[in-house]
Write a protein that binds this ligand. Structure first.
Ligand SMILES: *Cc1c(COP(=O)(O)O)cnc(C)c1O
Length: 359
C-alpha cells in the first residue's frame, strides 16, 4: 500500500526513482557493489556526481560561469557560511524577512557579529505576504531572500531586481526546480535537497564563480566555499548516496518535461486544493492570494477540534502529514514536484466530503 504523502520534508519521491534505486541498490548497474559501498573517488561514483552536477546546471539553463556543489549540514549551515564568507567589517548583510527560515538565517549573521540590515519584512502581518518593496543599506554584501516560505505558504513570484554589483542570494530549499526561473539573476542559490530534489543528507549550492572570488580569506577550511568548489565537492567525503538520489530525481525531471513541464503539473496540483479553499466558507487560506505558494498550502478549518478530526480522518484514508507546522498550527498540504496528481485530487475530494459532513 502506498500512502498520499503531504510531508513538508523529507518528502515524497517519484515512484520511478525509488524503483530505479531499489533495482540497483545491491548491485549498481552490474558493477558488483552498491553505491552505498563505493569509494567516492572511484570512476563509477565520479560519473554519478559529475552527471548530477552537469544535469543540474543544464536544467537550470546555467553555463560555465556557475558551479554546483553538494555539501552537508543542510540549508541551516548555509545560514552561517554565507555571512562568514561574504561579510566583512564594512559590508552589510541585507535580508528580506518573510518568516521562520529567513529569521533563522538573520539570527546567524547576528551571532557572528556581522552588520545586518532588514531590507523589508512582512512581520507586520504575521508573514502572510511577500514584501513588494525593499530598501538596501549602504555598502551591501548581498541581498538574501527565501523564495518559498515552507511554513507560512508564501512564494516569490518574481526574481527581484537588485542594483548592479549587489549579489542576490536565495534559499530555495522548498521550491527549487519547481518551475522555470531566471536563475542567472542569482549569484548563489542553496537549499536542503530533501524537499524538492532528493533525500535528506545533501545540500545543494549553485554559485556564480565570480562570487567565489569574493569569499573572505583565512576561513576555517570546511567553512570556505572555495575549499569545496576547487575540489568539486570532493574535499572530504560527500554525502554519496544522497547525491546519487538527486541525480536520479534530475533525470526524472528531464523525463517529465523539465521545468516547464513541472510548472504545469505543479500549478494544476495546487489548483485542486486552492479551488476547494476558495469555493468554501469552511476552509480558509492563511496568506494573501497573489503570494500563495504552489508548494506548501496552509489552511484553517472553523475550529481546532475540526482540524484535529480532519487530520485524523485524512490519515485513515492514507493521506499523511497534513498537520501545519507546530509554530502556526492548522493544516498544511505540501505539493512538491514528486507529489502525484492523484494525491492532490484525492485530498481535494476528501476536503469537499469532510466539509459536507461537518458543516
Ligand atoms: C527546510 C528548510 C530549511 C532548513 O533546511 P535543513 O536542510 O533542515 O537545514 C531552510 N530553509 C527553508 C526555506 C526550508 O524549507
Amino acid at each position: 500500500m502506498k500512502v498520499h504523502n503531504f510531508s513538508a520534508g523529507p518528502a515524497v519521491l517519484p515512484q520511478e526513482v525509488l524503483r530505479e534505486i531499489q533495482e540497483n541498490l545491491v548491485n549498481y548497474k552490474g558493477k558488483g557493489l552498491s553505491v552505498l559501498e563505493m569509494s567516492h573517488r572511484s570512476p563509477d561514483y565520479m560519473a554519478i556526481i559529475e552527471g548530477a552536477r552537469a544535469r543540474l546546471l543544464k536544467i537550470m539553463g546555467l553555463g560555465d560561469d556557475y558551479t554546483a556543489m553538494f555539501l552537508q549540514g543542510g540549508a541551516s549551515t548555509q545560514f552561517l557560511t554565507i555571512p562568514l564568507n561574504f561579510c566583512d567589517d564594512k559590508k552589510v548583510a541585507n535580508y528580506i524577512d518573510t518568516g521562520v527560515w529567513s529569521s533563522k538565517a538573520i539570527k546567524e549573521v547576528k551571532i557572528l557579529n556581522k552588520k545586518v540590515h532588514i531590507a523589508a519584512t512582512s512581520a507586520d502581518k504575521d508573514f502572510t505576504y511577500i514584501p513588494k518593496e525593499w530598501k538596501l543599506s549602504e555598502n551591501p554584501a548581498y541581498l538574501h531572500i527565501t523564495t518559498n516560505n515552507t511554513i507560512r505558504g508564501t512564494e516569490w513570484k518574481i526574481d527581484p531586481d537588485v542594483p548592479a554589483g549587489v549579489p542576490l542570494i536565495a534559499d530555495m530549499s522548498s521550491n527549487f526546480l519547481s518551475r522555470p526561473l531566471d536563475f542567472s539573476k542569482y549569484d548563489m542559490i542553496y537549499g536542503g535537497a530533501q524537499k524538492n530534489i532528493g533525500s535528506a543528507g545533501a545540500t545543494f549550492v549553485v554559485i556564480k564563480k565570480s562570487m567565489l572570488e569574493k569569499c573572505n580569506k583565512g576561513l576555517s577550511t570546511m567553512m570556505d566555499y572555495n575549499t569545496h568548489a576547487s575540489k568539486d565537492s570532493m574535499f572530504n567525503t560527500p554525502p554519496t548516496f544522497a547525491i546519487y538520489v538527486i541525480g536520479e530525481v534530475l533525470k526524472w525531471i528531464e523525463n517529465n518535461g523539465g521545468l516547464e513541464g513541472l510548472q504545469k503539473i505543479n500549478e494544476e496540483k495546487a489548483a485542486y486544493i486552492y479551488d476547494v479553499i476558495d469555493s468554501s466558507d469552511f476552509y480558509h487560506g492563511t496568506v494573501v492570494q497573489e503570494d500563495r505558494s504552489f508548494m506548501n498550502i496552509p489552511f484553517r478549518l472553523p475550529s481546532e477540534e475540526l482540524e484535529k478530526k480532519f487530520i485524523e480522518e485524512a490519515k485513515a484514508k492514507n493521506m499523511l502529514n497534513l498537520k501545519g507546522h507546530r509554530s502556526v498550527g492548522g493544516c498544511r498540504a505540501s505539493t512538491y514536484n514528486s507529489l502525484p496528481m492523484e494525491s492532490a485530487k484525492a485530498l481535494a475530494e476528501f476536503m469537499k466530503e469532510f466539509e459536507k459532513n461537518n458543516s
